[in-house]
Structures are given as C-alpha cells and as structure tokens.
Design a protein around this ligand. Sequence first.
Ligand code: AMP
Length: 395
Amino acid sequence: MAKKTIANVDVKGKTVLVRVDFNVPLDEAGNITDDRRIRMALPTIKSVLERGGKLILMSHLGRPKDAPDAKYTLKPAAVRLGELLDGVNVIFATDTVGADAQAKVAALKDGEVLVLENLRFQPGEKKGDAEFAAKLASFADVYVNDAFGTCHRTDASMVAVPNAMVGKPRVCGFLVEKEIRYLTDAISAPQRPFVAILGGAKVSDKIMVIKNLLGICDKVLIGGAMAYTFSLAQGGKVGKSLVEVDKVDLAKELMVEGGDKLVLPVDVNCGDDFSSDCNKQVVAAGNIPDGYEGLDIGPETAKKYAEILKTAKTVVWNGPMGVSEMPPFDFGTKTVAQAIADCGAISIIGGGDSAAAIQKLGFADKVSHVSTGGGASLEMLEGKKFAAVELLDEA
Ligand code: AMP
C-alpha cells in the first residue's frame, strides 16, 4: 500500500496545501507547552520551501464549538513555526476560508508559509462539508496529508478537501509516511519473533487491537489494569482493582482464541490505596486481597516480560504496565521500556502513556518509532483502513 510522498512531487512555483497536526498543548495564558507536533511537521515543510514551493498550512486545535474562539487560535503555533523556520516569512490568516485567508493566499510568494486559522472554527470541518472543502481546495495545486493524529477521522480537511482536488497530486507528508511504514508495513511482514505488549486502563479500549495482533504476533503480553479483567475471567480474586465486569466473557473468548500466545501477569504489586505511600504487597496474580487493588505488574512478571523481549525481532508496545505516573508503580513500565530499548528489535511505541514513558526515560532514540497519534495508532494496529490515507495517490 505504498503511497506517494511529497518527495515525488515537483513543487517549484506551486501552492502546496498541507493538513498538519498543530493541535499543541497550551497553558492558561495561551503559551505552547510542548511544540513537538510543530517540529514533527518540519521535514515536510522544509522540503517544499527548499524546492521553491509556497505553503498553506491548515490544522485544528482543541475543541472549539464550530465557531471562532480566541482560546483556540492557531496564532501561537504560527509564531512558533516562524521561530523554528528562522528567516522564512510565516504569515497568519485570521480566518480559515474568509476574506483575510483569500487575500493572503492570493499574495503568497514562493518560499513563504501561510498558516490558516483553526479549521474547527468552521462547522463544515467536522461535518466533512463539500462546500467548505471546495474553498480550501481552490487555494492550492497540491494536497499533502501530514496530520497522522487525525488520519482516523473523516473531517473535511482529511477527506473532502483531497476529494475536491482529484487530478492534482494528493500525497502524504514525511510524518504520515513514517507512521504508515511502521504501523502497517512493518507489521504486515514482521521479522519474528513478533511480540506485542499491551497495557493501560481498560481492556474495552484495546479489544480489537488484541484480536488483530493475536492473529499476527507470536506473543501478546498483557499488563496494566486490563490484566485484572482477565484475572476475573480465570476466577481469580481482584480485590478493589479497576475491572470491567461486563468484559469478562470477552476476556474468556480472547484467552481461548490466543491460547499460549496470550501471556498474562504471574504476580501483581498491589496497594491498599491509590497513592504512592499506600501499604503495598506483591501477590500471585488472581490473589489480590480484599481492600487492595492491583497497581502494577509484579517483579516476576516484569522479569518474565523482559526475558521474552530479549529475543524479539519486532515489538509493538501500547499502554503502561501499571500506574506509571505514580512511583513505585512505574516499575513494570520502566522495566519493559528498558527491555525494549535494549533488545535491538524493530520497536514501535504507540502514542499516549507508553510514548511519554519512553520519552521520559530518554529511550526515544533507542526505539525505531514513537507514534505521534494515540487513537490513530491504535486503529492502525486494529488493522483498520483510513479513508484519509486510502484516497492518496499510489506510488
Ligand atoms: P490507556 O490510556 O488505556 O493506555 O491507560 C493509561 C492509564 O492506565 C494510565 O493513566 C495508568 O495510570 C492507568 N493504569 C494502568 N495500570 C493501572 C492499574 N493497575 N490500576 C489503575 N490504573 C492503571
């Protein structure tokens, strides 16, 4: 399913419309607290500018209610981009497809960048409205999707805009290309053994991922609170652990389907309170005393999982092994992160908490790929096809 990338398009003198993901976190005063998403788009942006094209960037930010809201303006993102692209003229349009945007598109010169105001200030974005999309499409000669975090959505900028540009190049940016390369290509023909590690709060969020990965992995290791729903399914005692009683039958099904591919914790670090300084006990899985809750995989499980990872050639990890934001219950997550960093396998880390753990431990350079999209990366691991990617030009 190789898709054309922006590298395959001659952009000299062309206007290139790029859907980026500048949905950056802001503090109360509107300052950007983490500009990673802007920096991740730089390879695509620089590639167009260096080859003599002009750029129009469009993105959403936060969840405004289909109307302009100063709290969610993309202006700070445009300012930050200007700082990162030292010497490049980065212009900001105070609307998305209105008079200001139209005038600034018309005046845009080669080597310049125009950032449009938040797409979600327009009701047409979430609705996938064709009329709104046609206005955006009319701005440019080339469409680029470099917004991986939004690829599982069908918003206008992701689907209706490229649909309105049939006949013009519609390609992926370098960030989306890398995400697809790892999250679908590496997984469809994995080097074996292929080991997945899935954790996090709820089994319900990851049922389809577990199902899909059980079909292609050699081992699927389970951690996090979702392990206690499996414990219940085995008739174990889970104390006051976080469980999903209505998912017990499903957990039973997955255990039958997975057989010995599905690996569950053998021990649990539990506490009598959801706090760092609670009374703690390490017990065998399925033996959590009343009044206690499981907060991390136990040391035997951590050792066992690290051992399995040692020989892995491909690893996918999504979700922490315990309450990783609350030491000492970050032990299992740290042990797994270390084992992945050490094993030398092709390693793909899902967005969210596992990506944060890898960054915090300084292992980001030791893994092959840290995904930028939480929901999108999970859906790719489920084996889903995204309309926003499918419609792009084939290589
Ligand atoms: P997710 O978003 O599904 O990947 O879940 C991440 C969240 O799961 C984190 O906030 C963890 O604190 C939480 N979590 C992981 N293990 C446990 C546990 N044993 N008990 C309660 N919460 C947990």
